[in-house]
Design a protein around this ligand. Structure first.
Ligand code: GDG
Length: 483
C-alpha cells in the first residue's frame, strides 16, 4: 500500500534532552500546526530535523531518540551545527526569507551558505529516498527545501512529488536578484504539483519560470522535457473544529478551572467593563510588522486621547530565529518601543501594553483569543497568517473584530474583516476607532460569514484538495507521456 511522506525542515515535535531524559514538545508555527492535523489522522511518515544538532545528541542516545520520534510517526535527518548555521540560519533565513518577503536590504547572497543549503537539501532528499517506494506520495514543504523535489526526481523518475510554499513567492523583479534563481526554479520543477497560498504568488512564480527558464507555460501548466508540472493555489485553512471545541470548553470552564492568565484577564474586565482588549500574536519577525504596529498604537493614543485607560494592547511575540542579527535588533527595538510607550502613557491604574516574549501553551492561546475584543494583525508581508483565522474560529458568540493587513495572504479570504495597509497609520487609527465602536450586531454579521467560510475550507479540505490535485496531475502526466 502506498504511503504519504511529509517532509519539512522541522518535525511536528521538538526534542529536548535533560539529564539523559528525552522530552518532546509540539512545534509552534504555521506549518507545524496545520499539517499536524493531517499527519495525526492517517498513514503518513514525517521526515525532518529534530531540532537537535549532532553534537547535542549524547552518544548512545540516538536509538532512544529514534524511538521517541517513531511514536509521533516521525523520522529525523541529522544535521551538524555548521549545517544548521549555513542552511537554516544562513541561506534559508538570511537570503530566502527576507527576499521572498520583499526585505531586499536584509538579503545576504553568500556562496558558502548556498553550498550548504544544497548539501543539506541533498541530505533531506537522501532521507526520502531511503524510505520511499515508487508508488508513495511525497509532499515537500517550504522554502528551506526547494531543491529537494528535483533531487528526488533524478533518482526516482516515477514517484509523485508535491511541493507547497508557505511563504509568499515574490514578483519576478525581486526574485531575479537571487544569484541562484535558476537552480531554485529547477529544484522546484522536480515536483508534479507546486502549490501556493494565493493566486498572486502562483502568478509571480509562473512569470519567473517563463522569463528565467524560457519554458512553455499554458494557463497553470509548465511543459519541461516530457513532463507537465501543474502550479495552483491552495489557501491553507485551520483545524476549525479544534479551535472551536477548545473555545467552547473554555466557555464552560468553572472558576477554579480557569488559568492564572484567564483569571487576570477576568479581573481586569470586571474592574473596567467598558475597556477593550486588543490582541497581537506573531513570531517575533520583521515581516510581521510588530514595531510598526506599536508605532501605530502610539499614533492612535495621541490622536484619540479619549481612549487612554480604555484600551489595552496584549502583545505575544514568540521567540524565533534569535541567532540571526536582524531578529536580535528587532527584539531590542520592540523592547524599547514597549518601554517608551508604557512609560509615556501609563497611569496608576492602567498600563497600555502587556508584552509577553515567549511561547504560550495552547490553553493560554485560547484564553487570549476568547478574551480579546479585537485581533490586530498587521504583517508587512505574510504568506497566509493563520492567527487571523484562529481568532475568528474561537469567537463562539460571534463577537470580536479582526483588523488585518492587506499584505497577508489570508486577507484574500477575509474580506469581512477590517483590511488595512500596515504602512498607513491614519487608516489603522480609523480602523481601531471603528473596531472599538462597532455594534455587536455588525460584529456578529461579519463573523458569521467568516466562520462559515473557515469551517468549510478547513485544513483537512486544504490537504485533501492538494492531494487530489497531485494524484490527478500524475495521471494526466502519464497520459501526456503515452501520447
Ligand atoms: C508560516 C507563514 C503561513 C503562535 N504563537 C503561539 C502559537 N502560535 C501558533 C498559532 C498559529 C501559528 O503558530 C502561527 O502561524 P502563522 O500562519 O500566523 O505564521 P508563521 O509561523 O509565520 O507561519 C505564514 C503559515 O506558515 C502556514 O502556511 O500562514 O504566512 O509565515 O497556528 O496558533 N501556538 C502556541 N503558543 C504560542 O505562543 N501553542
Amino acid at each position: 500500500m502506498s504511503k504519504t511522506i511529509i517532509i519539512s525542515n522541522r518535525l511536528p515535535v521538538q526534542l529536548q534532552i535533560d539529564n539523559g531524559k528525552i522530552t518532546a514538545t509540539p512545534s509552534v508555527g504555521g506549518l507545524a500546526t496545520g499539517m499536524k492535523s493531517v499527519h495525526s489522522g492517517g498513514d503518513s511518515l514525517w521526515i525532518g530535523w529534530s531540532g537537535l544538532t549532532d553534537d547535542e545528541i549524547p552518544p548512545g542516545l540516538a536509538p532512544e531518540i529514534d524511538k521517541a520520534l517513531a511514536k509521533h510517526g516521525s523520522s529525523k535527518v541529522n544535521l551538524t551545527s555548521e549545517e544548521v548555521d549555513g542552511f537554516y540560519y544562513g541561506f534559508s533565513n538570511r537570503t530566502i526569507w527576507p527576499l521572498f518577503h520583499y526585505f531586499l536590504e536584509y538579503s545576504e547572497f553568500e556562496l558558502e551558505s548556498w553550498e550548504i543549503y544544497k548539501s543539506v537539501n541533498q541530505k533531506f532528499a537522501d532521507a526520502i529516498l531511503e524510505k520511499a517506494d515508487d508508488d508513495d506520495i511525497i509532499w515537500v514543504h517550504d522554502y528551506q527545501l526547494m531543491l529537494v523535489p528535483q533531487m528526488v526526481r533524478e533518482q526516482r523518475p516515477n514517484v509523485s512529488i508535491g511541493f507547497f510554499l508557505h511563504i509568499p513567492f515574490p514578483s519576478y523583479e525581486i526574485f531575479r536578484t537571487l544569484p541562484w534563481r535558476k537552480e531554485v526554479l529547477q529544484g522546484l520543477l522536480g515536483s508534479d504539483l507546486i502549490g501556493f497560498h494565493t493566486y498572486d504568488y502562483e502568478r509571480h512564480f509562473l512569470s519567473s519560470v517563463r522569463r528565467l527558464l524560457s519554458l512553455e507555460v499554458s494557463f497553470n501548466d509548465i511543459y519541461m522535457d516530457d513532463r507537465v508540472i501543474k502550479v495552483d493555489s491552495f489557501p491553507m485553512g485551520i483545524d476549525y473544529k479544534k479551535f472551536r471545541d477548545a473555545a467552547k470548553k473554555h466557555d464552560e470552564n468553572k472558576a477554579e478551572e480557569r488559568s492564572e492568565l484567564q483569571k487576570r484577564l477576568d479581573m481586569h474586565k470586571a474592574n473596567q467593563p467598558e475597556a477593550k482588549f486588543l490582541l497581537s500574536i506573531d513570531r517575533l519577525d520583521y515581516s510581521k510588522g510588530i514595531a510598526k504596529r506599536l508605532n501605530a498604537f502610539e499614533y492612535f493614543l495621541n490622536k484619540h486621547p479619549e481612549y487612554k485607560e480604555k484600551v489595552r494592547l496584549i502583545i505575544l511575540a514568540v521567540p524565533s530565529r534569535s541567532n540571526v542579527p536582524q531578529y536580535q535588533l528587532l527584539k531590542k527595538e520592540i523592547d524599547e518601543l514597549v518601554g517608551r510607550i508604557n512609560g509615556e502613557f501609563s497611569t496608576v491604574s492602567w498600563t497600555p501594553i502587556w508584552y509577553f516574549y515567549r511561547s504560550m501553551p495552547f490553553e493560554n492561546l485560547i484564553d487570549l483569543y476568547t478574551s480579546c475584543d479585537i485581533a490586530w494583525l498587521t504583517p508587512i508581508r505574510d504568506g497566509m497568517n493563520l492567527v487571523a483565522k484562529e481568532y475568528i474560529a474561537t469567537r463562539t458568540d460571534k463577537t470580536g473584530v479582526l483588523i488585518l493587513s492587506e499584505m497577508a495572504g489570508s486577507a484574500n479570504e477575509m474580506n469581512e474583516s477590517l483590511l488595512i495597509n500596515p504602512n498607513n497609520f491614519e487608516e489603522i487609527s480609523e480602523a481601531l476607532f471603528q473596531a472599538i465602536n462597532m455594534p455587536k450586531e455588525e460584529q456578529q454579521a461579519r463573523n458569521a460569514i467568516l466562520q462559515k467560510r473557515l469551517e468549510r475550507y478547513n485544513v483537512e479540505k486544504w490537504a485533501n484538495d492538494f492531494m487530489t490535485s497531485l494524484l490527478n496531475q500524475k495521471q494526466n502526466e502519464t497520459q501526456h507521456k503515452s501520447r
